[in-house]
Write a new protein. Structure first.
Length: 233
């Protein structure tokens, strides 16, 4: 969960606050110098991201945990990305060259930047991993707004398969409502698990209930029949 600048100032020590002030000033200077708003949405495809020298604020991004503590690193990195109005090339560079923690902060911030659909390859890459930290970050508000229905359904299944709580999926109830195809996929997944003698995640029942179409008054309809579960041996 990201925290605000005000909350960070209340929790960070003097040296960390001073470092953050300097880092955000560098990010703001870079945004003003490059005119980032005009470039952020256009960007270039990830495969064509610039390999050249990184601006100073990107070096600060990598050092956030060391200076502000790992518990604040996501929020500090997110603030830097927003202040820099980070263009796609920077996001790709930080994601591809970063640690898992640095990648997670990129994913957590995508919805706060003016990127259009251009950052979807980063979300798709995270969903191909089995790193639950990245998967949970990838199914946030940006994915809820931008992922096509088929890809979004598979993202939900990826959460169930890897044990990421479906509470991490932004706008789950809204996007799942009345989704008969998602309901079918959930039943198939449950059947495969049961046939293999493996338990069906309780979260699957939660999502399945959300797929019920609304009644004629717009209220949630009755949930679909839940699949049988197999107890842990």
């Amino acid at each position: 969960m990201l925290t605000s600048r005000e909350e960070l100032d209340a929790e960070l020590g003097g040296a960390a606050r001073a470092w953050l002030d300097e880092a955000l000033a560098e990010a703001a200077h870079e945004a003003a110098r490059t005119g980032a708003p005009a470039d952020a949405a256009a960007g270039t495809p990830p495969s064509a991201a610039s390999p050249y020298a990184s601006p100073p604020w990107e070096l600060r991004y990598a050092a956030a945990g060391r200076h502000c503590g790992p518990e604040h690193a996501d929020s500090v990195r997110s603030l830097l990305l927003v202040e820099a109005r980070a263009p796609l090339a920077s996001l790709v560079r930080l994601y591809e060259q970063g640690t898992a923690a640095e990648r997670r902060a990129v994913l957590l911030t995508l919805h706060l930047l003016d990127l259009g659909d251009t950052a979807l390859p980063l979300v798709e890459d995270a969903l191909r991993t089995n790193d639950t930290r990245l998967i949970a970050a990838a199914v946030g508000p940006y994915a809820a707004d931008r992922l096509a229905p088929h890809a979004w359904r598979h993202a939900v299944l990826k959460c169930l398969f890897t044990g990421v709580p479906v509470a991490a999926v932004a706008r789950l109830g809204e996007r799942a409502r009345g989704d008969a195809e998602l309901a079918r996929m959930l039943h198939d997944f449950a059947a495969e698990r049961t046939a293999a003698g493996r338990p069906v995640p309780e979260d699957l029942r939660t999502v399945l209930a959300l797929t019920a179409p609304p009644d004629e008054d717009g209220r949630p309809g009755p949930p679909a029949a839940a699949p049988a579960t197999t107890e842990e041996s």
